[in-house]
Design a protein around this ligand. Structure first.
Ligand code: SF4
Length: 223
């Protein structure tokens, strides 16, 4: 029987990107609730707010665009929001949509900011969105789109079995970390200098596991 998570155990879908980039970064944000803004994260937040602020539902010809759609999966235990879901009217093998005639295919579109820079973490986030939509709408989604708005660059991502397995495994691992309250040790990498958590993570002290343990040790040292 397929696993089902309780809503209170759902993890943030967008966290999969952090997790695949750096598991410690994900754990600091999602387990230890540590967060710090830098220029890059503030830009990213404002960018996604702008995407979601546009007209929520818009029908143009045979394309229905829905922005900021809330999504979740009880089998994966994740919840989040799609930047954009495009429904295209098709002749067959589509789904029905209340209030709209015909059959419709479903395509999630994830907006990216900055320069074109395809990475596996973005593809996995898109795949996780598609898995939620498939569960919610009882449909099959063969592909999604990554869209770099400033560059007007759309990249079609095939949601093949390999990507689906990688995505599900990552989400499963996130749940295991979360259940254990486990924050991995820091491993310094080139991206650390641009990480908003660098001053909290302290990657140069790579024997430091949890920020809360580190703070506790420091407090004990002062007594
Ligand atoms: S500073 Fe480096 S190791 Fe620490 S959370 Fe950020 S990316 Fe990960």
């Amino acid at each position: 029987m397929e696993k089902e998570y309780r809503e209170e155990d759902y993890l943030q879908l967008s966290g999969i990107q952090h997790f695949l980039y750096c598991r410690r970064q994900w754990a600091l944000i999602h387990i230890e609730q540590q967060w710090s803004e830098n220029g890059l994260t503030t830009d990213g937040k404002l960018f996604h707010q702008r995407v979601h602020d546009e007209n929520a539902i818009e029908l143009r010809g045979d394309t229905l665009s829905v922005r900021g759609m809330r999504i979740s999966s009880c089998h994966l235990g994740i919840t989040g929001c799609c930047d954009l879901v495009e429904f295209h009217r098709v002749k067959e093998k589509g789904i029905s949509l209340q209030g709209y005639l015909g059959q419709w295919s479903v395509t999630p579109i994830e907006y990216k900011r900055g320069k074109f820079d395809y990475c596996e973490a973005d593809a996995a986030q898109l795949c996780a969105e598609a898995l939620c939509l498939e569960e919610m709408l009882c449909c099959e989604i063969p592909c999604g789109i990554l869209f770099w708005g400033e560059k007007h660059r759309r990249v079609k991502v095939d949601l093949d079995d390999a990507l689906r397995i990688r995505t599900c495994n990552a989400i499963d691992e996130m749940h295991q970390y979360y259940a254990r309250g486990y924050t991995p040790k820091a491993v310094k990498r080139p991206g650390c200098d641009n990480c908003s958590l660098v001053n909290i993570c302290l990657p140069e002290l790579n024997d430091t596991c949890s920020v809360s343990d580190y703070i506790r040790e420091k407090l004990e040292d002062t007594h």
